[in-house]
Design a protein. Structure first.
Length: 391
């Protein structure tokens, strides 16, 4: 399909990829590695896969990395790889949040492109400092808000931009889960431990982990800029220092209104990301659990179903589609689309060029916007749930 064809045309050999974090027992590192391999554009050649040297070496051996390219720290890795004629071209950072900024800066300073998991940092100040470093380095910075890679999300974005919904009035985004209903951080869950620790996660719990996904997705599809939030962040589990449920009202530039709910204590929900957008001419609805379908309702007319690779899919969706209609694409492919877009940008950068205009991926600016959303929401909640300006 379209992704495969564009990759075949790219040429130039596989992109040499390094990874920071993602060693044994890590969830998201394996996801990134699978996504990078899916379109055969990258080759993992080096890593600092754990803060434990012993675990880093064992993890590298599991992945077949040469011993001399398994590093004990990201600082060592950035310096050594920059000095090699066959050094990495891009690094994937898949650590807990508090390590994103220092690792990214080290590789940018070494002249290496960065692909980073979200949220971008733990504070707005860190994010803005990182943005300055990105600009100074001239290197690419790609933020893996993977849901922006889904074909039907690209379809929704294109329909909004084309005016199919008219003027946007209402935006509703929700992302409920239930995996932190009990104190998993005190029951041996490594993933829960760092996500509920302010020192490693930042000021937000559920809002940073999944709320930023819902917020970013709404902005990506609608193109709207949020101006104010009225937020209520709650920690339902006794003793948990960060929020596990988030309920937020949003005011967008131009008059649209929004609602965002993110929860990790909503029993019965596994990964319930959903987006609804309503305008003067129609409405859209998309659910991550059924990602190959997009419902569109023109006002006063029957509801229409758009399917991935179906007859109604537009060029924005078709370009990031891999397989024929009726075969499901989802989470891994969404991540892979971000990596594929990054690959096109990296290949263009090899020749000193910018990628084609249709290449879309979340950038450092999206990361800053997400951090401003988190900080404004935390401030609003602490002040007694009052309207608070973003940024």
């Amino acid at each position: 399909m379209a992704i495969e064809a564009s990759n075949k045309e790219a040429g130039g050999g596989r992109i040499r990829l390094g990874m920071v974090g993602g060693g044994q027992g890590a969830f998201i590192g394996a996801i990134h590695r699978m996504a990078a391999r899916l379109d055969d554009q990258y080759e993992l050649v080096a890593g600092a896969l754990s803060s434990s040297v012993e675990k880093a070496k064992a993890s590298a051996a599991d992945l077949g990395l040469p011993a001399d390219r398994s590093y004990g720290s990201f600082e060592e890795m950035a310096k050594a790889e920059a000095a090699r004629p066959d050094g990495i071209e891009v690094v994937s950072i898949v650590t807990p949040n508090h390590m994103h900024a220092p690792a990214a800066k080290a590789f940018l300073e070494a002249g290496i492109h960065v692909i980073c998991d979200k949220p971008i940092t733990t504070t707005v100040k860190e994010a803005e400092e990182l943005a300055a470093q990105v600009k100074k380095s001239g290197k690419l910075f790609v933020l893996t808000h993977n849901y922006t890679g889904y074909p039907m999300i690209r379809q929704a974005r294109e329909m909004v931009a084309n005016g199919d919904l008219g003027e946007i009035r209402v935006v509703q985004a929700e992302y409920p889960q239930d995996w932190l209903t009990e104190p998993a951080e005190r029951l041996g869950s490594k993933q829960a431990e760092w996500r509920t620790d302010p020192k490693r996660s930042g000021a937000g719990g559920a809002i940073g982990d999944i709320g930023t996904h819902a917020y970013n997705l709404a902005a990506f599809v609608t193109g709207l800029k949020s101006e104010q939030v009225l937020a209520q962040l709650t920690s339902f589990v006794e003793g948990r220092p960060l929020d596990d449920d988030v309920q937020i009202l949003l005011r967008y530039h131009g008059g649209a209104r929004g609602m965002l709910w993110a929860s990790q204590v909503a029993v019965g929900n596994e990964n319930g990301l959903k987006l609804r957008v309503y305008g003067t001419k129609g409405g859209l609805e998309w659910t991550q659990a059924d990602p190959n379908y997009l419902w569109f309702t023109p006002f006063g007319k029957p509801k229409q179903l758009f399917t991935r690779a179906g007859s109604g899919a537009g060029p924005a969706a078709t370009r990031v589609t891999r397989i024929p209609s009726g075969h499901p694409e989802g989470y891994l492919e969404g991540f892979a689309t971000i990596y594929a877009e990054a690959a096109r940008a990296i290949r263009a950068a090899r020749e000193g060029n910018k990628p084609d205009a249709d290449v879309i991926y979340p950038t450092v600016d999206d990361g800053i916007d997400g951090m401003k959303f988190i900080e404004a929401s935390v401030a609003s909640s602490k002040a007694g749930n009052v309207w608070t300006k973003i940024g």
